[in-house]
Design a protein around this ligand. Structure first.
Ligand code: ADP
Ligand code: MG
Length: 749
């Protein structure tokens, strides 16, 4: 790495030349003089000792010579080149090429080994791995530190540390080595060794040493410069450097740090100082967990709010209920039930769908209870009291265990009692509760489990109560609509199949004044189907003979009804199911299930999509800004904590800078370090989520939240962390380089 060109000193051209150079410090509006009007020339082969009392300006002079600090007046020539137009970056380059530094406080990386400290400067200057491996041991041998190569610098004595820093200054093979109070922290024996070592290396270099203890260096110096009050008061040549012996001028190569070295340093720094690593890890985990929980909680409350909707057509709108109709509009078959039962994500199939919204009321003198009828085959709970139904009139009542009448001490009043149920068409049937069970339910209504025959009746009744029936009498349409009583079909055992009994008022529709003997057509229409029957009017009734002919007591409530046989009634109101309900297992898979049902030939409708809600908007008005605020707060907290952690590392990065590493490269090293911590934090987070999903970590709360995270969310969260760490390292690097190299280091001390 020697640059053999331009080796001989040209006539009148010195390696370093200062002409009337002055340095001022500005601080808090005051101007202080570092040194003033200094004229000096230096060249290779000299071992210069600058001495003088404390505050005389020695360090300031040395820092200006080595490009660590700026000067305000005069001219500084480097190999004859003027430097007043130099930018900070030009001085960085100069330092890299010309200067090896030795400091009073060593400025070594305490957490690195001796070997790593010396290798560091070679990495920074772009040396290849092979060269580093060859050079470092040779240099360590030269300063007598080879056997400590693997020792951490923080474990060394002061003298040993200074030897390492000399080794580091030598590694780059620069023409100039500067040392500020190199023995200031050493005992006299160690100091002696260091002075000797510096003299040895000065044979092919310019070595400038600053000390207030001249005696230590007296035997070795070739020139003594004394300063007093910012001025050079003495410049004494102690021994001539022979012209023939004058050595070749060296020049360090100013290569750049390689990507591999950047990566390596960054990763090494990640784990170098364990407490710092753990702290950063905790901060990033804090960010991940806060953003994650804020985001998923928001999604969760959005969904909860959506559940608070309502809808006028269904009373049972649980969020995992899907309504299905066949594409062809036909009734469901056993085949359909089987296919649906085994489809993915299907929890249960309720055939008698229309009963899910058909609430009935049980009633006697002391008890009134709303319940939904359900098939006994679907009864899954355990009986709390009583027995299973044996006839179609026997039922089980299932409800919440907190229900007053269902509690043990009260259930005697309910069990084995008979109740009236008034059906939609006005018919009253009687059932007996023979069993009581507890069931969890979303609503406060219970469930009445009954056998097939009764359930069929319920299905027909619900069709009956929701169908429009048109009876055509001699071309006149007599329409029964839900809620009225006129022209309402009623099944009666007193009427034969194919016949009907009507109010005598229908006589008026016929020319001969007689309805009896006439044919009428009755058509039932509802959401699901149409069906019609032809019957012949066999008889008419009036107020007087009503009870005798129909066996019903109340004429007023039933006047106008059309009595037909049970057989015909069953044709009009089928027991078929044209719509079934499927309960899905996982509501989040709803969209996929809806698609699957469509492909199977059904028309699906998710109940949750039919709800009218206000909740969602409420969530976005109140909670979204809150969430944004909280997440921002988290970022700021994390940002400041990370800045604090990094501040403790300023001295490390200042060392890198003093060794000549550019801002960009320092930033890259920090990028790698922070990205490494981010990846570890995120990896831990993902691992915890995976364990939650697998049930190894059992937390309902976490699982609920984790369920809201989808692949893009994970990617975005990861991206946020990376961007954040990238932003922080950029900010830190900018701050570090705002001051001169000396400035940023001074701040640490
Ligand atoms: P020495 O190294 O000889 O002890 P210095 O070079 O450190 O002396 O200081 C020379 C003068 O410059 C002193 O008067 C000192 O107070 C002043 N000085 C040094 N550093 C600063 C600074 N950062 N800000 C202001 N004044 C400074
Ligand atoms: Mg000093």
């Amino acid at each position: 790495m020697y640059d053999i060109d331009n080796m001989k000193k040209k006539e009148g051209v010195f390696l370093i030349q200062l002409k009337n150079v002055s340095k001022f410090y500005y601080s808090k509006g005051m101007i202080a003089s570092g040194f003033s009007r200094v004229n000096l020339n230096f060249d290779v082969g000299e071992f210069i000792v600058i001495t003088g009392e404390s505050g005389s300006g020695k360090s300031t002079l040395l820092n200006v010579i080595s490009g660590l600090d700026s000067y305000e007046e005069g001219e500084l020539y480097i190999e004859g080149k003027e430097t007043s137009h130099y930018l900070a970056s030009d001085f960085e380059e100069y330092r890299k090429k010309y200067i090896g530094n030795i400091f009073q406080h060593f400025n070594l990386v305490g957490s690195y080994t001796v070997y790593q400290n010396v290798a560091l400067i070679l990495r920074i200057n772009g040396y290849k791995k092979k060269e580093i491996k060859e050079k470092v041991p040779a240099i360590l041998k030269r300063v007598g530190m080879l056997r400590y190569a693997k020792t951490k610098v923080s474990k060394l004595s002061g003298g040993q540390k200074q030897r390492v820093s000399i080794a580091r200054a030598l590694a780059k093979e620069t023409a100039i080595v500067v040392a500020d109070e190199p023995t200031g922290n050493l005992d006299s024996e160690s100091a002696e060794g260091i002075a000797q070592l510096l003299q040895e290396i000065s044979k092919d270099k310019l070595v400038i040493v600053v000390t207030h203890n001249y005696d230590q260096f007296a035997p070795y110096a070739t020139r003594k410069i004394k300063m007093h009050d910012g001025k050079v008061v003495e410049d004494e040549q102690l021994g001539l450097v022979q012209e023939e012996e004058r050595p070749q001028r060296l020049q360090g190569t100013a290569g750049s740090i390689s990507a591999a070295s950047t990566l390596r340093l960054g990763l090494r720094n990640t784990f170098n100082i364990i407490p710092k690593f753990l702290l950063l890890l905790v901060v990033f985990l804090f960010v991940v967990v806060s953003v994650f929980s804020e985001y998923t909680t928001l999604k969760n409350s959005d969904e909860e709010a959506a559940k608070m909707g309502y809808n006028d057509y269904f009373s049972n709108y649980s969020e995992n209920r899907v309504l299905l109709k066949r594409n062809d509009g036909k009734a469901f078959t056993d085949q359909d039930y089987q296919t649906l039962q085994t489809a993915g994500n299907v929890k249960s199939v309720v055939k008698e769908d229309i009963l899910l919204d058909y609430m009935i009321s049980l009633e006697n003198e002391q008890f009134y209870y709303d319940a939904y009828p359900k098939n006994l085959n679907d009864f899954r709970a355990k009986l709390a009291a009583g027995r299973m139904p044996e006839t179609s009139k026997e039922v089980i009542l299932a409800g919440d265990e907190n229900d007053y009448y269902l509690q043990r001490e009260n259930m005697d009043q309910v069990l084995d009692k008979t109740y009236k149920i008034t059906l939609g068409m006005g018919e009253v049937i009687k059932v007996k509760i023979v069993g009581i069970a507890y069931e969890e339910s979303d609503a406060w209504w219970g469930t009445l489990y009954m056998r097939d025959a009764m359930l069929e009746k319920m299905v027909r009744e619900s069709y009956g109560s929701s169908s429009k029936v048109t009876t055509v009498a001699n071309d006149t349409n007599l329409v029964y609509e839900v809620g009225s009583q006129y022209y309402r079909p009623i099944a009666s055992d007193k009427v034969k199949a194919g016949e009907a009994m009507v109010s005598e008022e229908l006589n008026g529709y016929y020319k001969n004044g007689k309805a009896a003997g006439q044919e009428i057509r009755m058509k039932a229409e509802n959401l699901f189907y149409e069906s019609s029957i032809h019957v012949k009017i066999a008889d008419t009734y009036n107020k007087k003979n009503f009870t005798a002919k129909t066996e019903l007591k109340n004429f007023e409530d039933n006047d106008g009804a059309i009595f037909i046989s049970t057989q015909d009634y069953r044709k009009l109101f089928t027991k078929e199911n044209y719509q079934v309900t499927v309960y899905v297992n996982d509501v989040k898979e709803m969209d996929a299930s809806i698609k699957a049902f469509q492909n199977m030939g059904y028309v699906p409708l998710a109940l949750k999509d039919t709800l009218i809600t206000m909740g969602s908007e409420l969530v976005s008005i109140v909670q979204v800004p809150m969430a944004v605020f909280l997440v921002l707060a988290v970022f700021f907290i994390a940002y400041f904590v990370i800045q604090l952690i990094l501040r403790s590392r300023s001295s490390y990065f200042s060392i890198l800078r003093m060794l000549g590493l550019a801002k960009k490269s320092i930033r890259r090293i920090l990028d790698v370090e922070l990205a490494a911590v981010v990846n570890i934090a995120y990896g831990l987070f993902l691992a915890v989520i995976a364990l939650v999903h697998q049930g190894v970590i059992q937390s309902e709360y976490l699982k609920t939240l984790a369920d809201y995270m989808e692949l893009p969310d994970y990617v975005i969260l990861y991206g946020i962390l990376l961007v954040m760490s990238y932003f922080i390292s950029g900010k830190f690097a900018r701050k570090l380089f705002k001051k001169t190299a000396m400035g940023s280091f001074r701040e640490e001390e």
